[in-house]
Design a protein around this ligand. Structure first.
Ligand SMILES: [Zn+2]
Length: 138
């Protein structure tokens, strides 16, 4: 019994490097196992997969905001979502029953929570990064 019977497949010996973090990945992988960045063109064409690809763009914008324009973009997108959430939560149509109002409030609160978290995280990470850069300069 050979222990390498599973790794005899030729493709098992090859790896593809993640363009985002340089981690080696399975050649069949569509997304980096380490950072979640899309590895193949398939990853950015499939409808479900493009959601992940977009998620990784948002995630890198939130976790590693490098330019003020990125922070501004996050404020713009999620600021709009926050306002939309507040509007949805305060919808009070006369023909709405108690359940309709509760669902509206739940969706609105969820939108505001997610958006505010994204804005807060991006701004905090950007400011923390800026502070670190300034310390390196002096
Ligand atoms: Zn990666």
């Amino acid at each position: 019994m050979s222990s390498e019977s599973h790794s005899d497949l030729p493709e098992a010996k090859e790896t593809q490097l993640c363009v985002s973090c340089m981690a080696p990945n399975e050649p069949s992988a569509h997304f980096c196992a380490k950072c979640g960045a899309p590895l193949t063109s398939y990853a950015s064409t499939g409808p479900f997969e493009s959601l992940f690809a977009e998620g990784s763009v948002y995630r890198s914008a939130v976790e590693r905001p490098q330019k003020p324009i990125v922070v501004f973009g996050v404020w713009l997108i999620f600021g709009t979502m926050t306002v939309a959430g507040i509007l949805i939560a305060s919808l009070n149509l006369s023909d709405m029953d108690i359940w309709g109002r509760m669902i509206g409030v739940l969706i609105g609160v969820a939108l505001v929570t997610v958006s505010a978290t994204m804005i807060w995280k991006t701004t905090r990470n950007y400011l923390a990064r800026k502070k670190t850069d300034e310390r390196h300069d002096s």
